[in-house]
Structure formats: C-alpha cells, structure tokens
Design a protein around this ligand. Structure first.
Ligand SMILES: [Ca+2]
Ligand SMILES: [Ca+2]
Ligand SMILES: [Ca+2]
Length: 174
C-alpha cells in the first residue's frame, strides 16, 4: 500500500460521519469516546492529558484554521515528523486510558475497546490485535502498537496497520 492510500484509510477513520471533512468536534470526540469506553471520569488525569494533546494536534492539522480538516490538509501534514511529535504522544495517551493496570500492555478486550472507540470496525480491531500479538501471548505492548501505526502512516507497510484500517475499496473516496 502506498502512503497516500494508507493516509486515505486513516482519514476515512477520522471522518466519523463520512462527509469528507474532519471537523474539530469529530476529532476531539475521539479522546472523549475512548475515555467513556474505558470508564474514565472527565477529570481523570489521563483523560485530561488525552484531551490536551488532541487539542494541540487539531491546531497543527487544520493548517488554515477554518475548523475543517480536508484530506489535502491532512496529507500535507501527515508524515514521519508529525507522527513522532504529535500522533505518537496522542496514541500513547489513548492507549494509557485503556491500560487499566498501567503496565504498558493491553489485552484483547482492552485493545478492541480502544480501537472501536476510535471508529475502527470490531473485526479490524480484532485482526490488528492478532497481527500485533504474533507470539500469541494475549497482550500487545504500547511501543509495538505505536511503531506499527507509524509504519502504516509513513508508507513502510505494517500488517497491523493494514488490518486495522482496511475497508472495502468502494467506500474510499477517490
Ligand atoms: Ca466529517
Ligand atoms: Ca482547514
Ligand atoms: Ca495493562
């Protein structure tokens, strides 16, 4: 999968209502949805961290500041540097919300709760877990998880990313 195709799949996930634009509300709902799905209170410090990082990310992605992120804005922004400075901390903060015992790993149900709260179909989340948990211990690590998504969005290819973001081709706007 080339980088643009990979980015389109990520953008489609971010665009929860499928109107071709990611609104600020849509983007900020992600941290809220994960907090809800993982039973966190609004003032939980981990939830506050995820929201704060989400707001900063939004400000950097919506380059013209009109409150709407287009695919072109997203594609111009996305890349290794944006991933490392903006996406990785957010992915880590959202992972931490789901990591009830804070040991840096998620089990199958925690992982699928996290990813379905982030708008991935349950079957994709389950396949992504299997791809990450290659040795079958029943847990995925925070660092492995972030590295797999990085490989996907930078076009290096990632079995986990392909599983997580796959959707029928006819659903993807050209
Ligand atoms: Ca939208
Ligand atoms: Ca914009
Ligand atoms: Ca854990």
């Amino acid at each position: 999968m080339d980088q643009t195709a990979a980015q389109r799949l990520v953008f489609a996930m971010l665009d929860a209502d499928g109107d071709g634009i990611v609104s600020e509300d849509e983007y900020l709902a992600r941290a809220r949805n994960v907090a809800l799905a993982t039973g966190r209170e609004e003032d939980d410090p981990l939830a506050v961290t995820a929201r704060t990082l989400g707001r900063k990310a939004w400000a950097s992605m919506d380059a013209d500041g009109d409150g709407r992120m287009t695919f072109d804005e997203y594609a111009a922004w996305a890349g290794a540097e944006a991933f490392d400075t903006v996406c990785a901390p957010i992915l880590g903060a959202l992972f931490d919300l789901a990591d009830a015992d804070q040991d840096g790993t998620l089990d199958f149900s925690q992982f699928t709760a996290l990813r379905t709260a982030l708008n991935n179909p349950a079957a994709n989340a389950e396949a992504a877990f299997a791809a990450l948990d290659a040795d079958g211990v029943g847990r995925v690590g925070r660092g492995d998880y972030i590295a797999a998504i990085r490989a996907h969005v930078t076009g290096e290819g990632s079995p986990m990313g392909a599983a997580l973001y796959s959707r029928p081709l006819e659903d993807i706007p050209a």
